[in-house]
Design a protein around this ligand. Structure first.
Ligand SMILES: Cc1ncc(COP(=O)(O)O)c(C=O)c1O
Length: 467
């Protein structure tokens, strides 16, 4: 069999089927839709099963902590009677230091159950460390494929740090430079090793996160006798928000407002060799968050189980300087030094808390560990070495790739809100040249958390803008 780029890509569907033992064709409907809920159910795990598997691996049941001093600080800038109580689910307490362990626990369990000897994951982030740690516990071999360097061989500090973590857990790490070779290498490795595809986007990965939402809802009900008023999720590939929101619903917390938060990297292109090292955040940013929300099936499986627009009520952005500021505020006011991705949601929560009343509760659904390469000092000096100006001023004026603007006080931390209908229209653009049936429209209404009538209006509106 040829290993040319074209030949490997042409074998993609077969390779994927073998590596997950999941036949996605079973769930396809006629037209554009597929049966998402059946795909999730057929995995054969109930929420109780997932809880048990995770607890047996020291995953889950992380502390839900109130942040009273940070909440008081937000109140200083709120109108009278405003400034909600901010809580944080301390996911850094999981094995490997992030909520990604919840996903990995399920992928590894499934790989072992199906008799695979090893697992492969294509990830430059926390998921690599999580898969490596859980594979180590299960006695499985593990290969992590990372997009790590630009063409000058310069690696992003956070990704380099992650490679060290993966290696510490005994994984083999394959580091590549920016470009399309990642997926090609990944497929080749799956085919050669016959290992399991521990995809972030399989039903197993995403159902692992449902316990996070379930824990937040039930623990909050126990502590405060109510469900959270608002929940903020750092959004990139969308699994975090999807799984957490599904878990909230399974616990009965149907009224909680679910907010996606990303760091604003507008203007930087994720596939660009030059832009790759111009950013100080490697996940939770708009470069992943917007394309994956508006086209979830761009992932490494035929149908992604991460479908965030089904569950999202709002999508807000914060700038890099504000996330660094809040990272320091969390350490100085609450004695918690945590990593970058979770603190994106915290910066958003700090601003959003000021729009809610004092007796309301806002939950930041995760924190992550920090370490040498994730630390803001490493990121700020890396950015400065690449010619990015570090300033104090109005964070809303930050220009990603040109400067990082720190607020001079918490009063300057402000979120920007994206319009949900703009996101929905971007999603619908993928179907602009197709005749859609009634079933298609119903599928799209569920995908976009809206009504059939509104989907039709948005499609017409999109046609108007095209003319
Ligand atoms: C700590 C942390 N938070 C949030 C995210 C975003 O999760 P998702 O890609 O599922 O949206 C990631 C993913 O890289 C992460 O590692």
């Amino acid at each position: 069999m040829s290993n040319s780029y074209q030949s490997v890509m042409a074998r993609k569907a077969e390779i994927m089927k073998e590596a997950l033992k999941l036949d996605y064709d079973l769930y396809e409907d006629e037209g554009i839709g597929f049966n998402y809920e059946k795909m999730m159910e057929d995995s054969g795990f109930t929420l109780e099963d997932v809880k048990k598997i995770q607890l047996a691996n020291n995953v889950g049941k992380t502390p839900l902590i109130e942040l009273p001093r940070l909440s008081m600080y937000a109140r200083k800038f709120s109108k009278d009677g405003y400034g909600a109580r901010i809580f944080l689910k301390d996911e850094a307490a999981n094995i490997s230091g992030s909520f990604k362990a919840r996903r990995a626990a399920m992928s590894i369990y499934q790989a072992k159950k199906l008799g695979f000897k090893g697992v492969v994951a294509a990830t430059s982030g926390n998921y690599g460390a999580a898969v490596a740690a859980l594979a180590a516990r299960a006695g499985l071999k593990c290969i992590i494929v990372q997009e790590c360097y630009d063409s000058n061989g310069i690696g992003q500090p956070e990704i380099i740090e992650k490679a060290r973590a993966c290696e510490a857990y005994g994984a083999e790490v394959i580091q590549l430079s920016v470009g399309p070779e990642l997926f090609y290498e990944f497929l080749k490795i799956l085919e050669e090793t016959k290992y399991f595809n521990a995809s972030l986007y399989s039903p197993y990965g995403v159902m692992g996160i449902e316990t996070l939402g379930y824990e937040i809802a039930t623990e909050m009900m126990e502590k405060e006798k109510k469900y959270p008023d608002m929940l903020i999720c750092t959004n990139a590939g969308g699994g975090n928000l999807t799984g957490t929101a599904r878990g909230l619903i399974k616990a009965g917390a149907n009224e909680t407002i679910v907010v996606a938060a990303s760091v604003d990297l507008s203007g930087l292109h994720m596939a660009s060799d030059r832009d790759f090292n111009q950013k100080s955040f490697t996940t939770g940013h708009t470069g992943f968050g917007i394309p994956f929300s508006t086209f979830p099936d761009r992932s490494d499986v035929p149908r992604s189980a991460a479908r965030p627009l089904r569950y999202m009520d709002h999508y807000v952005l914060v700038n890099q300087g504000s996330v660094f500021f809040i990272t320091e505020a969390l350490a100085l006011l609450e004695g918690l030094e945590r990593g970058p991705a979770g603190n994106i949601s915290l910066a958003a929560a700090f601003s959003l808390a000021q729009t809610l009343k004092q007796d309301q509760v806002i939950v930041v659904q995760e924190s992550e560990y920090t370490g040498a390469g994730k630390h803001m000092k490493a990121q700020v000096s890396f950015a400065s070495d690449r010619g990015i100006e570090i300033k104090i001023g109005d964070p809303l004026k930050e220009q990603p790739g040109k400067n990082i603007i720190f607020p001079s006080s918490g009063s300057q931390i402000k979120h920007k809100e994206l319009l949900m209908d703009d996101l929905r229209k971007s999603y619908l653009k993928h179907y602009k040249d197709q005749e859609l049936t009634e079933n298609d429209i119903s599928f799209l209404a569920i995908e976009l958390k809206t009504s059939n009538e509104h989907v039709i209006e948005l499609m017409e509106d999109k046609d108007e803008t095209k003319k």
